[in-house]
Design a binder for this molecule. Structure first.
Ligand code: MG
Length: 386
């Protein structure tokens, strides 16, 4: 991820939230197991932004302390509150500033990126959604007229600005304003509209909390798609061969007097790992994707199979978090080769070596591996929906 140190975020959370009811202002009420404002902070951190400043009511210092972020006290108006934060930032001015309602905890990294992206072209940008419902005027429970909705938008936050421009706009501002876009426009700044999101709601009424809880729960469920797959494979040793032969194991040619038999290069460890990936994806096994009856795979490099499984995981939106392979044999000795094996597997899977394990065990001279009739391999892989 590119660095975002040049962007500061002001979270405006000084309101008393009188429309919500309850003793606690809405930004401090629990949502998804933590305070609303803590969710909002987490949303910006998830977008790679770490320079955050809170605007709070002086009475709320105790609520804000656990967040461990710099705080300024809000003024009598929203504009005054934002101004206090801009003044605090001006000691070490960022290039860009995003100003966001603390009570919009469901803002996504994609939305934040759209606002920041638009600031490459202009001094100000803000998300909004076009009004789609018909608009009426009414009094006393009766419709008294209609209003055209064309060209009308529902404004959202974060509203993004070049820092110097919005600071100057605020310093020139005399009265309160609905939001920072109004202040920017009063100062003659052009404001680009970027696409808002229906789920970027501002918690205002008690029913908004229930909706936000449901959205968070759904996102968490989607974000928590973690899968573990296992694989197992066996190859028998072929007849003793001349010097210079080797067993292909986890991508490394390990010198041994008896090579492994198989249709492909018989890399038993890589086959087990490939099957672990297919298993995590519920995508069958290596024999289904590369039938041993198909002559084109005769003598094939097993890296082809592993690469296919890795590509399939990627296309399905998973990243490989970890893989672990165990080779079971009396001979050849595996220990001296495990670092080379981990490096080879990690390279094929596009992982750092620290996420790939290869280890070995004997079977105490018991069973077919103990009698040195062949080598068995077990593998486990963990995949996470990216
Ligand atoms: Mg095999």
């Amino acid at each position: 991820m590119d660095t975002k140190d040049h962007i500061a975020v002001i979270l405006v959370a000084a309101g008393r939230g009188t429309r919500m009811g309850g003793a606690l202002p809405k930004q401090w009420q629990p949502l998804g197991g933590r305070a609303v404002l803590a969710q909002t902070v987490a949303a910006f951190r998830a977008a790679g932004l770490s320079r955050l400043i809170l605007v709070i009511h002086p009475d709320d210092a105790g609520h804000a302390a656990p967040l461990g972020l710099p705080c300024v006290h809000g003024g009598a108006t929203r504009a005054g509150s934002v101004r206090a934060a801009l003044d605090a930032l001006s000691a070490d001015p960022p290039a860009l500033v995003l100003i966001h309602d603390g009570a919009r905890p469901l803002v996504t990294p994609a939305l934040i990126d759209r606002v920041v992206g638009a600031l490459a072209q202009g001094a100000a940008a803000a998300p909004a959604l076009p009004v789609t419902d018909a608009l009426w005027r009414g009094t006393g429970g009766r419709v008294t007229g209609t209003a055209p909705r064309e060209g009308l938008f529902r404004a959202q936050t974060p509203q993004g600005f070049h820092f110097d421009a919005i600071l100057a706009a605020h310093r020139a501002q005399r009265a309160d304003a609905a939001d920072d876009v109004e202040i920017a426009r009063a100062a003659g700044l052009d404001v680009t509209i970027v696409e808002g999101e229906e789920e970027n709601l501002k918690l205002t009424h008690p029913a908004d909390f229930a909706r936000a809880e449901a959205i968070l729960a759904r996102r968490q469920e989607q974000g928590m798609d973690i899968r573990t797959g296992n694989g197992f494979d066996v190859h028998r040793f072929g007849p003793e061969a001349a010097d210079g032969t080797a067993c292909q194991l986890c991508g490394v040619a390990v010198p041994h007097d008896r090579p492994l038999d198989g249709h492909s290069d018989a890399d038993v460890g890589m086959h087990a790992l490939t099957d672990a990936l297919y298993g995590a994806l519920a995508e069958g096994d290596i024999g289904q994707h590369f039938p041993p009856t198909d002559p084109q795979w005769k003598g094939a490099e097993s890296a082809i199979f592993l690469r296919h499984a890795v590509g399939l995981a990627r296309r399905r939106g998973f990243r490989i978090a970890h893989a672990d392979v165990t080779l079971i044999c009396e001979r050849p000795r595996i220990g001296p080769h495990t670092i080379a094996m981990r490096t080879a597997l990690a390279e094929i899977m596009g992982l750092e070596t620290g996420r790939v394990s290869v280890k070995a065990t004997t079977s105490e001279r018991l069973g077919f591996t103990g009698r040195e009739e062949g080598i068995a391999a077990l593998a486990t892989a963990t995949l996470v929906k990216a």
